[in-house]
Ligand binder design. Structure first.
Ligand SMILES: Nc1ncnc2c1ncn2[C@@H]1O[C@H](COP(=O)(O)OP(=O)(O)OP(=O)(O)O)[C@@H](O)[C@H]1O
Length: 254
């Protein structure tokens, strides 16, 4: 499913950012990069129709998002939030099973054996099987993050809007989650994620969007845009660049 924007102006407090126009295609992995407060999360939430925009249009497969039924959006777009709201008591498995809620629309829906088998598979992919019956309130930050990602995997959206997927994750689980997101793209899903770690973007993203506070955003292929010349003004930080195992690596130069 394609996601595009025409002259999209985000509703950011006290700021007029130049409007964004882009086309994101199935099979692509987009990394949204920029400094704190520039509007990365706001962009993701606006694309998911969870926040109002100031002006412009967002199109899902060419159809204006405002004309799409809420259920259609929920069935096709999945969002990973930065803050997990887990106010009510539920286990890890129950939380993952809730991921399918947009698809199970009847009020009498009971989880089928197939649902439970698929949810268990999602737990397995995130290495959470041993925690399936653990209450959410008793999980570590990384375990919660992986539970939220497993719920999204079980939801199986065509467009993944993922806010800081590596939050709370150790290096092993960062790689596991990035590999899983790459598999989604290989299956022709669109993945859009905000990232603070430029080196995750160089490794895993096919495309990037660099959101500057004071000038038009840059967007395009990762290898063309991730350069010291573009990144230093983005973060207001001097950077050093190197190559390890053929992969470009950026480090703050202090
Ligand atoms: N619910 C909200 N209502 C009003 N303003 C908000 C809201 N959430 C965030 N903001 C403001 O909007 C701006 C953009 O915030 P946003 O969270 O999108 O930035 P970000 O690029 O994701 O930042 P970070 O890197 O810190 O996560 C900031 O100035 C922030 O203070």
């Amino acid at each position: 499913m394609m996601l595009s924007a025409e002259l999209l102006a985000l509703d950011l407090p006290n700021r007029n950012q130049p409007p964004l126009s882009f086309v994101m295609n199935p099979g692509e992995i987009w990394g949204i990069l920029g400094p704190n407060g520039v509007g990365k999360t706001t962009l993701l939430h606006t694309l998911a129709n969870l926040r109002n925009k100031r002006s412009g249009e967002i199109l899902l497969n060419g159809q204006n998002l405002l004309d799409c039924q809420r259920l259609f959006i929920a069935q096709n777009m999945g969002v990973l939030f930065q803050e997990h709201q887990d106010g009510f008591p539920a286990t890890v498995l129950e939380t993952v099973l809730l991921g399918r809620f947009p698809h199970n629309t009847s009020s009498w829906h009971k989880d089928s054996e197939e649902d439970i088998a698929l949810a268990t598979l999602a737990l397995k992919q995130l290495e959470l099987e041993a925690l399936a019956s653990r209450p959410l309130s008793q999980l570590s930050g990384g375990e919660r993050q992986r539970t939220a990602i497993a719920a999204l995997l079980f939801q199986a959206p065509k467009v993944w809007l993922v806010d800081e997927p590596s939050n709370h994750l150790d290096l092993h689980h960062q790689v596991a989650v990035m590999k899983m997101l790459s598999q989604q793209a290989l299956q022709n899903k669109l993945v859009v994620m905000t990232l603070h770690d430029v080196n995750l973007a160089t490794k895993w993203c096919s495309h990037v969007m660099l959101l500057y506070p004071d000038r038009p955003a840059l967007m395009g292929k990762t290898e063309q845009l991730l350069t010291v010349e573009n990144l230093e003004p983005l973060y207001q930080q001097r950077l050093a660049q190197g190559k390890i195992n053929d992969q470009l690596v950026f480090l703050p130069s202090v």
